[in-house]
Design a protein around this ligand. Structure first.
Ligand code: GLY
Length: 319
């Protein structure tokens, strides 16, 4: 668990990112930490230069989609046919505008396409062939699907072809990525992107692109990005559930804990969430063994993987 709160009335920009909930193998810890720190710093750079929350969360997620250690963009897990199919969502808390894509192939950054759905169409979610056609129309380059595949995801796919393998258990340590932010105007936003579950059925769509499940943003309450087993997150509409608890007066930490607890007791699901509100408060909570996360506020970077972990580094020591 980690959290922070505003010390004065002026809104200080904040960004929080996650690189997925599950169980991170020790040998990969440093690389995950480096990945979320880079993403948080990339998003914060935009905020600190007066950029908006939507652009900041998009940038943070693009950085993680390009990082082969995360299950999004390059490094996505493979479906039962050995192919990458990706889901993503982005949402603006100012006007509740959102855009999402599901089961998209052969593009490097699904979150960029989700943003274009939000800004250039009258729809909230495009899928599969229609999403590809839209991507072409918007000038997003089509790339060979194989270029998104890492040796690690191919090995995992092969291992899960064996009889008796458990795709849900084997998902552990392969992180969906997400970001939430508040900009200096007090606008909040969220973005989430994933390759989904290893050896999922072709055409399976998880929680990530579903508004209220993979993420939600509303300036009146806050913004949430989720990670974990999609089918259980969708059953409780986790992102919106947490914001509902905040509307009822709970703090960010209480609401995140309550949402994760409800998912555990009601559908036996575990996962993780990052939350901000327009006052600049934030939290990162998870019911899994690990969740890689990083946050930047007040020119201070915080990062963790294990429960209770909170590495604090002043930006002056990094830049
Ligand atoms: N939470 C990612 C997925 O299940 O697709």
């Amino acid at each position: 668990m980690a959290s922070g709160s505003s010390q004065c009335n002026k809104i200080k920009p904040v960004i929080v990112v996650h690189g997925g909930a599950g169980a991170v193998m020790q040998e990969y810890e440093d690389r995950y930490r480096a990945g979320v720190k880079k993403a948080a710093l990339g998003g914060y750079d935009i905020l600190k230069n007066g950029g908006d929350a939507v652009t900041a969360v998009e940038e943070a997620v693009v950085i993680m989609e390009d990082d082969p250690h995360f299950n999004a963009g390059y490094g996505s897990v493979l479906n039962e046919e050995g192919e990458v199919e990706m889901d993503a969502i982005i949402m603006s808390g100012k006007d509740l505008a959102s855009g999402a894509v599901s089961a998209v192939r052969c593009i490097a950054n699904p979150i960029k396409l989700a943003r274009l759905v939000m800004e250039k169409t009258d729809h909230l979610l495009l899928t599969d062939r229609g999403a590809s056609q839209f991507a072409k129309l918007q000038g997003i380059p089509e790339i060979p699907g194989e270029t998104l595949i890492t040796e690690r995801s191919r090995e995992r796919w092969k291992k899960n072809q064996k009889p008796g393998s458990n795709p849900v258990a084997s998902q552990l340590g392969l992180g969906t990525v997400g970001a939430v932010a508040v900009d200096s105007e007090g606008n909040v936003a969220c973005a989430t992107s994933t390759g989904g579950l290893t050896n999922k059925m072709a055409g399976r769509v998880g929680d990530t692109p579903c508004i209220g499940s993979g993420g939600y943003a509303d300036n009146n309450i806050g913004a949430v990005s989720t990670t974990g087993h999609g089918e259980t997150i969708m059953k409780v509409v986790l992102a919106r559930l947490i914001l509902h608890y905040m509307e009822r007066g709970m703090s960010l930490e209480e609401a995140a804990d309550e949402g994760l607890k409800y998912m555990k007791t009601r559908v036996d699901g575990s996962g993780g969430v990052i939350v901000v509100n327009s006052a600049g408060e934030w939290t990162a909570k998870f019911s899994t063994k690990h969740m890689t996360w990083a946050a930047v506020k007040d020119d201070c970077l915080q990062c963790g993987i294990h429960q209770g972990d909170n590495e604090i580094v002043p930006l002056s020591e990094i830049l």
